[in-house]
Ligand binder design. Structure first.
Ligand code: NDP
Ligand code: OXD
Length: 313
């Protein structure tokens, strides 16, 4: 029984050291090392290569280093083993920090002071009061609900949209395709915390932006995307940011990552770009989570947070 780390673009050795301290006696291999494929019971994966699962005939589970499993589910040789995704308070905290920071930046019109400072202009702006601004969260799962709890003390209006109906104290909830337009019509700051599936791909498009509330935020509505790049149609974002349909966009994820040099988004002063850092998985809390999953499963407990392959998340 052994654990294989297959973490593309991530310091595997850093994870191995921590996991070794927690999983006493369990051999842990890096993807670059020689190992006996039949010995591998668990694989901790992030963007595994096409041949990553070759020969792993005794896999008990694939452990996804990310909360989002879209890339894993598109793997051409995905084994017939349960996939456990990452669910972690540290990750939820980081994601909610990213959203709260960006929501406040847009609500308080701090974006305008950047422009003014560059032009050495001393000008006071008058944002609409927080209770008059509605933040609409798309995706009311682990991270969406955690983020709503962090937003509650700020006094903003809170809306949420998910696949299934929800009752969340202090949040006006909408659900399904039928509830989307009503949700958008009441939203000033649209936050995407959805998983990427067939249904959610391209959901951040020009038609969606046109349906957002126009008279809440000064300058127009804003989007914040910390879900996946394929949720957004970047040509539509460029158009909407240029023609005023959107006042601004905070984007942490992109159709192609790293964002290509020739993307027009780089040059738009109302586009706030971060390089997929909203919620980087923390090796300390991640090690606690994954070692607990493995130890508990070896002791007979069911696997937690198993991905539903039919829903796609
Ligand atoms: P969850 O699976 O816990 O929640 C997903 C939510 O999305 C659920 O509320 C679900 O509805 C809703 N949803 C799914 N499909 C639809 C649909 N078609 N229409 C409406 N709502 C839908 O995921 P997490 O909260 O843990 O993570 C969300 C995503 O955040 C990840 O999949 C990942 O893409 C992204 N992420 C990004 C990071 C970054 O660094 N930028 C870091 C971590 C995560 P229901 O409740 O009805 O099932
Ligand atoms: C994730 C991510 O899904 O980091 O966890 O994007």
């Amino acid at each position: 029984m052994a654990l294989l780390l297959h973490l593309d673009g991530i310091d595997e050795e850093r994870w191995r050291q921590r996991l070794t301290a927690k999983l006493e006696g369990m051999p842990i291999y890096l993807s670059s090392q020689a190992f006996e494929p039949g010995e591998i019971s668990y694989m901790l994966a992030w963007k595994p290569a096409p041949d990553a699962f070759d020969g792993l005939v005794n896999l008990k589970a694939v452990l996804s280093l990310g909360a989002g499993v879209d890339a894993l589910l598109q793997h051409p040789n995905l084994p017939d083993a349960p996939i456990v995704r990452f669910v972690d308070d540290d990750l939820s905290q980081r994601m909610s920090d990213y959203v709260v920071a960006n929501v406040m930046m847009h609500q308080r019109l701090f974006t305008r002071y950047q422009t003014d400072q560059k032009a050495k202009v001393w000008r006071q702006h008058y944002p609409a009061p927080a209770p008059e601004i509605n933040v609409g969260i798309m995706g009311l799962g682990v991270i969406g609900q955690f983020t709503l709890e962090r937003l509650k003390p700020l006094g903003l209006g809170l809306l949420g949209w998910a696949r299934s109906a929800k009752l969340i104290d202090g949040v006006q909830c909408y659900s399904g395709a039928d509830g989307l337009d009503e949700f958008l019509a009441a939203t000033d700051i649209l936050v995407c915390l959805l998983p990427l599936t067939e249904d959610t791909s391209g959901i951040l498009n020009y038609e969606t932006f046109s349906k957002l509330r126009q008279n809440g935020l000064k300058g127009g509505p804003v989007i914040i995307n910390a879900g996946r790049g394929a949720h957004q149609v970047e040509a539509d974002i460029t158009r909407a940011l240029t023609d005023g349909t959107l006042a601004a966009a905070s984007l942490d994820v992109f159709e192609v990552e790293p964002l290509p040099q020739n993307s027009p988004l780089w040059d738009l002063s109302n586009c706030y770009i971060t390089p997929h850092i909203a919620g980087i998985s923390n090796p300390d809390s991640g090690t606690r989570y994954f070692s607990k999953v493995i130890s508990a499963h070896e002791a007979g407990a069911p696997l937690p947070n198993v991905v539903d392959l039919v829903r796609g998340y």
